[in-house]
Design a protein around this ligand. Structure first.
Ligand code: GTP
Length: 182
């Protein structure tokens, strides 16, 4: 019997950076201009093709970025294989916050025995790259932060214009097999 491969992915980042929008573009090829904050958790799934032709299903967990959800957020990290850290290229503080609280929160959870997979694969995504005239973060700054948190890649994307969105999700799924299943 053929086994279905399912990887659990969590998206982390400040409110309004575009986590829900990246998922919506990737899963439904849709973009919504109005902001609707994510309350708690939203789960969707989509299949992606790996470089060797195999297919893997991503179970995508959109975790609300509002501070008031912090108390319940860690529950959704359980069993995660992949994490996508998202910042908004027009707001510098959203990049700074990747290190603390977002990366810190995930690492604290992962360091507890039996709480999550030890080798969680991550990438860093700078979203809203379409807003060219308002970009406040240098690509170099993003790259440096990606190195600091040991992310596999730093990708500049736009959920609105569908730039590098598929790439981001596929790269992350692929990294699991490249790094973990050698
Ligand atoms: P929380 O649910 O609060 O954690 O927010 P979020 O990170 O899921 O942000 P969301 O996807 O709801 O997007 C917030 C706002 O940014 C919305 O008004 C989106 O339309 C807008 N937005 C998202 N991605 C892009 C993008 O790539 N470009 C532009 N110009 N706007 C974007």
């Amino acid at each position: 019997m053929k086994q279905k491969l399912v990887l659990k992915l969590v998206l982390l980042g400040d409110p309004g950076v575009g986590k829900t929008s990246l998922i919506s573009q990737f899963v439904h090829a849709r973009f919504r201009h109005s902001y609707q904050l994510t309350v708690g958790l939203d789960i969707s799934s989509k299949q992606v093709k790996l470089n060797d032709g195999r297919t893997v299903t991503l179970s995508i967990n959109d975790i609300g970025g509002q501070a008031r959800f912090a108390a319940i957020r860690h529950m959704f990290f359980k069993g995660a294989h992949l994490a996508m850290f998202v910042y908004d290229v027009t707001r510098t503080e959203t990049l700074t916050n990747i290190l603390d609280p977002w990366y810190k929160e995930l690492m604290e959870f992962c360091s507890q025995p039996g709480k999550a997979r030890s080798a969680i694969q991550t990438i860093l995504v700078g979203n809203k790259s379409d807003l060219e005239d308002y970009i406040m973060v240098d690509e170099e700054e993003g790259l440096q932060l990606a190195e600091k948190i040991n992310a596999n890649e730093h990708i500049l994307a736009s959920a609105k214009e569908n730039i590098k969105v598929d790439d981001a999700f596929k790269t992350l799924a692929q990294s699991f097999f490249d790094e973990v299943q050698q």
